[in-house]
Design a protein around this ligand. Structure first.
Ligand code: UD1
Length: 430
């Protein structure tokens, strides 16, 4: 397994470019199953979660080609209607395949999804919503047998604006009979991107990105091309790295509208942000200021996906910051790892209390999940001495070439595979 070795204390500078959004490309790839032809998707990041989606599509019979950041999916022929458990367990967003597979094959057999270990991640909203659209779903141990000869219209009121459930309803409804309305839909930019893709293919989705989404079913979708929006969480990650480790860093391919929930936090930390035409320049003070209170919320609130990475930046701030996590109850596992660097963070009743310290020190740490892993890298860049970050397969799920990007910006960071290390040690001994 690979690990990152980071010699901290180097100032970052120069430019880092943001890739296409992981959370957009995954549902869009799943929805290509609805199109009996070739979908051409641009700006696709190279991530293990994308590879996992491609494996599922190919298993189901789609032909997938990759040329740089362009992915072509031809789903003219779909030959299977079940997804093996090991493929489902590779990532949580595999549940997005339920709506699309069921719409395409009318019958599907899938198992419960996997994904980051950030607490209980039920799929009850996905299941109850698809049932409202006419699916008959029977549980069989860890797997689900689902039948939907045809989806019909429904008014679905979500008790929580779940991103994945909203996406599954949209995907399942575009080829249904009649008009489906989602009340309390998730409003994340990735929902709008999914709708933009499907609408280019002929779907009739209205209000995506707002709390009420209407989907008028159409008979057919036709092939189209689409460019994935830039990844707001990757942008926020590099901005957090800059806040802690750079006098000035330029982050390119940024969509400022999508960052509006986090910009006030960077301002409160004392960062100066200058934005022009997709380029964000982050200038940081010598020592960041504390942020009085952050609460993670559904979009347009502060994203739970930015909680760990901003926490890493705050470890060395002046004063005490509080972050309340309201989306995933298990999303504080990175705290004990951050404390290994010498950070002073405690948890009280769903809130992390971060007492800023003057210095962090090199440490051996583990990635506990995707964003928690990114937090380890940010802290290691600021720590005095050498750090080793292990279990970076979590990071590879959501960041394309994180070490190359950061090295180009001046970080002393290397990826080392255990295999190579063993070979090197054997050579030294012989
Ligand atoms: C998506 C994002 C993830 C982000 C999360 C919240 C993708 C691929 N992943 O995940 O990066 O952290 O949104 O912004 O887009 N819930 C239920 N029942 C359900 C579904 C969800 O109780 O059926 C709960 C979850 O346990 C969680 C909350 O709703 O507490 C948010 O989950 P949801 O919005 O569905 O997140 P995901 O779509 O899994």
């Amino acid at each position: 397994m690979d690990k990152l070795v980071i010699n901290g204390g180097k100032k970052l500078g120069g430019e880092i470019s943001v890739h296409g959004a992981k959370n957009s490309v995954l549902p869009i790839l799943a929805s290509t199953l609805l199109i009996k032809g070739e979908s051409v998707i641009h700006n696709v990041p190279s991530l293990t979660d994308v590879d996992a989606s491609v494996r599922i599509l190919e298993y189901l019979g789609a032909k997938v080609k990759r040329d740089g950041d362009v992915l072509t999916v031809n789903a003219a022929e779909i030959t299977k209607n079940s997804i093996p458990e090991d493929m489902m367990r590779e990532m949580r967003s595999s549940i997005i395949f339920l709506g699309s597979l069921l719409s395409r094959t009318k019958e599907a057999y899938i198992c419960y999804p996997g994904g980051c270990d950030i607490g209980v991640r039920p799929i009850d909203l996905h299941i109850s919503s698809l049932k409202k659209l006419g699916a008959v779903i029977t549980e069989n141990g860890n797997c689900l047998y689902c039948k939907a000869p045809s989806f019909h219209s429904a008014k679905i009121i979500l008790t929580f604006p779940s991103v994945g459930a909203t996406e599954n309803i949209i995907i399942a409804s575009v080829l249904s009979r009649g008009k489906t309305t989602i009340i309390n839909a998730a409003r994340e930019p990735e929902i709008s991107d999914l709708a933009a893709f499907l609408n280019s293919c002929g779907a009739r989705i209205f209000g995506a990105g707002e709390g009420t989404v209407e989907i008028e079913g159409v008979e057919n979708l036709y092939p189209c091309e689409h460019t994935i929006i830039s990844d707001r969480i990757e942008a926020a990650t590099y901005m957090s790295a800059a806040a802690l480790n750079a006098e000035e860093l330029t982050v390119k391919n940024v969509k400022i509208q999508h960052l509006s929930p986090i910009l006030p936090v960077f301002a409160e930390m004392g960062c100066r942000l200058r934005y022009d035409n997709g380029v964000m320049k982050v200038s940081s003070p010598k020592r960041l200021k504390r942020v009085r209170y952050i609460k993670t919320m559904p979009y347009p609130g502060f994203p739970t996906d930015c909680q760990a990475i901003v926490m890493a930046a705050l470890t060395k701030s002046y004063g005490t910051s509080v972050i309340n996590e309201s989306i995933f109850e298990g999303r504080f596992k990175h705290i004990s790892e951050l404390n290994r660097f010498g950070a002073d963070i405690t948890v009280n009743d769903g809130s992390a209390i971060i007492n800023g310290v003057k210095s962090l020190y090199g440490a051996n740490v583990y990635c506990t999940d995707l964003r928690g892993g990114a937090a380890m890298v940010i802290a290691a860049l600021a720590a005095e001495g050498k750090s080793t970050v292990r279990d970076i397969y979590h990071i590879d799920r959501g960041y394309e070439k994180i070490e190359e990007n950061l090295a180009l910006a001046g970080a002393d960071i290397k990826r080392i595979s255990d295999e190579k290390e063993e070979t090197d040690t054997a050579k030294e001994k012989s």
